[in-house]
Design a protein around this ligand. Sequence first.
Ligand code: ZN
Length: 297
Amino acid sequence: MSDAPLVAGVELGGTKCVCLLAAGPNDIRGEIRVPTRGPTETLAAIDAVLKQWHAEHGFRALGLASFGPLDLDPGSSSFGCIVATPKRGWERVALLPRAGAFSVPVAVDTDVNGAALAEGLWGGARGLDSWAYVTVGTGIGVGVIVRGAPLRGLGHPEAGHLRVPRLAGETWPGNCPFHGDCAEGLASGPAIQARAGVPFSGLAADHPVWNEVVHALAGLFHNLILTVVPQRILVGGGVVLGQPTLLPRIRRALQASLADYGHVPRSALNEDYLCAPALGERAGPLGAIALAHRALE
Ligand code: ZN
């Protein structure tokens, strides 16, 4: 048990939603998974979990960490809504109105910003000022924290859709429905599967499809390092965590790509700079708890 307040968090993901009742990573009092189906059915199931927890335990704040893109402009009429998404049925779905019934502070942000904040509180970004959390799985998500807060402009970054140079001779068009061969269209799990014809989890480490995955991700990190200059990049998600040879290969490609230019010299691009999240696959669900803690600040 910890002295931290008891809060609730929901990570809304592409295939499942994870509801947590917790004070922190070592004090989890409840965890319920809800399969992601249509928005009405899914949000009603989450609502029922939260209602029960609220009645029985009285959580102090609620954090929602969701797949996006999300409208995070508090002045917008669609604040807290999912905006243009390839996920059928979820476009313009509001996440916040259902949360207001609990009369507690609510914070909503992207799943990757939540995971990045969780790594800052309890994981591999403790003590840092600016860092990035990248997940390479069903899609590619990038959470960027600058001076302790998620980076915001007109909206949140969608750096997984950055365009990256192609490996010489490669012409596969990519599978992003918006951009074709953006980073996500080349290196996400579904992109790898579309290209290789089998799920990424079954691919040998020397399968040729990894060459462009490594190239695309090194290109993504090259751009990220030169724009937001993070002190560390934490890379999670099923694709990277499931293929242990990838991170070392990406580090080498990144060293060659950056070529000692900028603030991160070749020697610093090591396993302490580009590394797996310390919270592993728990970074996502704990991100919703981290957001709830921020709502109390
Ligand atoms: Zn794209």
